[in-house]
Write a protein that binds this ligand. Structure first.
Ligand code: NDP
Ligand code: 2IT
Length: 452
């Protein structure tokens, strides 16, 4: 008991210090609060961690790089963006995590994502540390040539800081196959070497892995199915509301169908679509992946589908399972109340921290099964790590082999979250379980490696 009180005081002190030191980083504070609110039992078992300032080191990035990204647009005008890479933790492997290109990108968001990535990567069971990067560049409305020029300038600087055994970026919001291709081309040109393992999410003809495109969305559904089966509910026949219409949302919808559920919504930052017949996946892919259009066009082209302005409204649609797959803080307390009032049984986070802390608490208080991002969306980075393995052995595995490994990883992620939650007396609190299981491994590695 005394140990628990001491551990709690340690967590509170560290959180207060983080907020005082960087008062203008609300997203990062949110992550720190969420993690520190759940890992006290581990710290109570390991009083030596406090003496080693383990938490102070865990939440302080090993290195943060920010840089200028100048480029010239199609009209000949010079543009200047800001580039970042947060190398958060190399305790259990090289820094690993995506790049986000979105006007909202700043240090607070990237530190939150990099911290989540440490614990997520630990839960993957694969040897990867935590990192995240990106830029406030907005790919929307830019020509392919402009995107290429931006990517080349971004990589010209980033290339000094990454490598197959150092730091391995991949995609995230605004960074997909097109961007990774341009980034890889420039890296290869600068290094004059074919170091395929420096980036993941590459095209299949130059070292990409089968099933990486599908991995995050598929993995989310494997996790949610496993959680529902384990609780005697099942996924078959359930209606599913999905937000977003990018990489994660699209393949979550695809796998939901394959597992016998019916996805009825999707969205973008302008609004959302409801299709009571079930989302037409071919039409969605045509609009978003081929034409790079807006989700509004879906309702214009599909009879029976409705479009509504304002993306948050998607959570007012009645569904059995809700899968937020767009961005952080997209599902707040009000949305959680609407979902619960409509009888939602489970929520699975495809995006990183899409639910606010009060929304999560509301789900848990109301008996909604809650699958937290760091355990439920680990499929993407896991197949990235499998891509690194294939690059190292200079071989390509079949889709079936990668997909089977992905399934095993997701089931293992669920088990780790479940077992840790049970072990520490918080059954079904998969968020606490995921934080604890992810943290234990990283903390043990940090402690064993001394004060670095
Ligand atoms: P994409 O760029 O492919 O798609 C993002 C989607 O989210 C788009 O529909 C976009 O709409 C919407 N969106 C973005 N920002 C906002 C916003 N501020 N408000 C409302 N909607 C928004 O990205 P991904 O699908 O790759 O990523 C989605 C989420 O999943 C992110 O949180 C990401 O960190 C997370 N994730 C991604 C992984 C991956 O492998 N790609 C792995 C694990 C997690 P619009 O076009 O209008 O911007
Ligand atoms: O948030 C994430 O896990 C990702 N964007 C994927 C990172 C990766 O390295 O594949």
């Amino acid at each position: 008991m005394a140990d628990m009180e001491k551990a709690k005081a340690y967590c509170e002190r560290v959180l207060a210090e983080i907020i005082k030191r960087d008062p203008d980083q609300p997203e990062f504070h949110n992550t720190c609060k969420e993690v520190l609110g759940t890992i006290t039992p581990v710290l109570a078992e390991h009083p030596e961690y406090e003496e080693a300032c383990l938490l102070e080191r865990f939440f302080e990035p090993e290195r943060v790089i920010t840089f200028r990204v100048p480029w010239v647009d199609d009209a000949g005008k010079v543009r200047v963006n800001r580039g970042f890479r947060v190398q958060m933790s190399s305790a259990i492997g090289p820094y690993k995590g995506g790049l986000r290109f979105h006007p909202s990108v700043n240090l607070s968001i990237l530190k939150f994502l990099a911290t989540e990535q440490i614990l997520k990567n630990s839960l993957s069971g694969l040897p990867i540390g935590g990192g995240k990067g990106g830029s406030d560049f907005d790919p929307k409305g830019k020509s392919d040539c402009e995107v290429m020029k931006f990517c080349q300038s971004f990589m010209t600087e980033l290339s000094r800081h990454i490598g197959p055994d150092v730091d391995v970026p991949a995609g995230d919001i605004g960074v997909g196959g097109r961007e990774i291709g341009y980034l890889y081309g420039q890296y290869k040109r600068i290094r004059n070497a074919y170091e395929a393992g420096v980036l993941t999410g590459k095209g299949l003809s130059f070292g990409g892995s089968l099933a990486r495109t599908e991995a995050t969305g598929y993995g989310l559904l494997y996790f949610v199915e496993c959680m529902l089966n384990d609780n005697g509910i099942g996924l078959k026949g359930k209606t599913v509301s999905v937000s977003g219409s990018g990489n994660v949302a699209t393949y979550a919808i695809e796998k939901a169908y394959q597992l016998g559920a019916k996805p009825i919504t999707c969205s973008d930052s302008n609004g959302y679509v409801v299709d009571p017949e079930g989302i037409d996946l071919a039409l969605l892919k045509q609009i978003k992946e081929v034409e790079r259009g807006r989700i509004k066009e879906y309702a214009e082209r599909k009879e029976g589908a409705e479009y509504h302005e304002g993306c948050a409204g998607v959570w007012t649609v009645k569904a059995d399972v809700a899968l937020p797959c767009a961005t952080q803080n997209e599902l707040n307390l009000e949305a959680a109340q609407a979902l619960v009032a409509n009888g939602v049984v489970a929520v699975g986070e495809g995006a990183n921290m899409p639910c606010t802390l009060d929304a999560i608490a509301y789900f848990q208080e109301n008996g909604v099964y809650f699958a937290p991002a760091k355990a439920a969306n680990v499929g993407g980075v896991s197949v990235s790590a499998l891509e690194m393995s294939q690059n190292s052995e200079r071989l390509s595995w079949t889709f079936e082999e990668v997909d089977q490994r992905l399934k095993d990883i997701m089931i293992n992620s669920y088990k780790q979250a479940k077992d840790a939650a049970e072990h520490y007396g918080m059954p079904k609190n998969y968020l606490a379980g995921a934080n604890i299981a992810g943290f234990q491994k990283v903390a043990a590695a940090m402690f064993a490696q001394g004060i670095v």
